[in-house]
Design a protein around this ligand. Structure first.
Ligand SMILES: NC(=O)c1ccc[n+]([C@@H]2O[C@H](COP(=O)([O-])OP(=O)(O)OC[C@H]3O[C@@H](n4cnc5c(N)ncnc54)[C@H](OP(=O)(O)O)[C@@H]3O)[C@@H](O)[C@H]2O)c1
Length: 243
């Protein structure tokens, strides 16, 4: 049995990652604030989903402590944790960032993946092959004006992967993976941001117009192929664009 936890499985890249794993025979547990209407609400043999606001660390900790993660992974010969859910907001420079948006972005983009990583390592103590994928971004590696919070959170994931790899936890492989520029709701949000808050907006509008965005399905295929590859974990920080 092979199991995978995918955060943000309801739309965008996470939905495509979940489908790519289901096609490969993985049993998938999706975590998001809403439920996928095309999955049974109560789950079936291969698909389970739980409604959880991952930007609420107390709710997430209570869910992990409930044993749900442990019972889902029990008996797996391989388990994956794909920390995909993330948000871009707040967009704009410090001074124009709503404090609640800063706190929510850090909680969703950083605290949740770190809490889930901690819970996943405990829950998979008996699993011989266990892998954590942080869905990062080029923005974690290159600075963008207007995206200081997002850039900082993605850089945090990259460095968490680097440091965790040094812990040499038995059976655990980890990498922080940038998926490329993917045609999702997040990109649509970028194209509607006023240029005063995001000066590079036109560049992203051009990418869309020129058909240069990767489809969620292509990006997910590349990301999942890498996550399952033998080389996974040899590099802690990876970009799967063009692979
Ligand atoms: N799109 C790109 O070009 C791009 C580029 C580089 C990196 N990324 C990264 O790829 C990941 C996915 O991005 P995307 O473009 O697919 O985004 P998206 O279309 O906005 O989808 C985000 C997913 O996360 C879930 N989510 C959002 N807030 C949540 C919360 N508080 N609690 C639980 N789940 C939550 C959403 O589900 P609910 O609304 O149901 O909660 C949804 O399934 C993100 O980490 C993003 O930073 C994207």
């Amino acid at each position: 049995m092979q199991t995978a936890i995918v955060t943000g499985h309801t739309h965008g890249l996470g939905a495509a990652i979940a489908q790519a794993l289901l096609r490969r025979g993985y049993i998938v547990l999706g975590l998001a604030r809403s439920l996928r209407a095309d999955w049974p609400a109560g789950g079936d043999a291969t698909r389970r989903q739980t409604q959880l606001d991952l930007s609420d660390p107390q709710a997430l900790t209570a869910w992990i402590n409930s044993g749900a993660l442990r019972s889902f992974c029990q008996g797996s010969r391989q388990s994956l944790l794909i920390n995909n859910a993330g948000q871009l907001a707040p967009i704009g420079p410090p001074g124009e960032q709503p404090p609640a948006d800063i706190a929510r972005a850090v909680a969703l983009n950083v605290t949740a993946p770190l809490l889930l990583s901690q819970g996943f390592v405990q829950a998979t103590a008996g699993v011989r092959d266990r892998r954590i994928v942080h869905v990062s971004s080029g923005a974690g590696r290159n600075p963008y004006p207007g995206w200081s919070v997002y850039c900082a959170t993605k850089a945090a994931l990259d460095h968490h992967a680097r440091a965790t790899a040094l812990d040499r936890i038995p059976g655990l492989l980890i990498a922080s993976v940038a998926p490329g520029v993917v045609d999702t709701a997040m990109q649509a949000q970028i194209r509607t941001t006023p240029t005063e808050r995001f000066p590079l907006r036109e560049r992203f509008e051009q990418l869309k117009l020129q058909g240069q965005l990767t489809s969620p399905e292509d990006a997910a295929e590349r990301l999942v192929a890498h996550a399952l590859a033998e080389v996974f974990g040899t590099e802690a920080v990876v970009d799967v664009r063009g692979r």
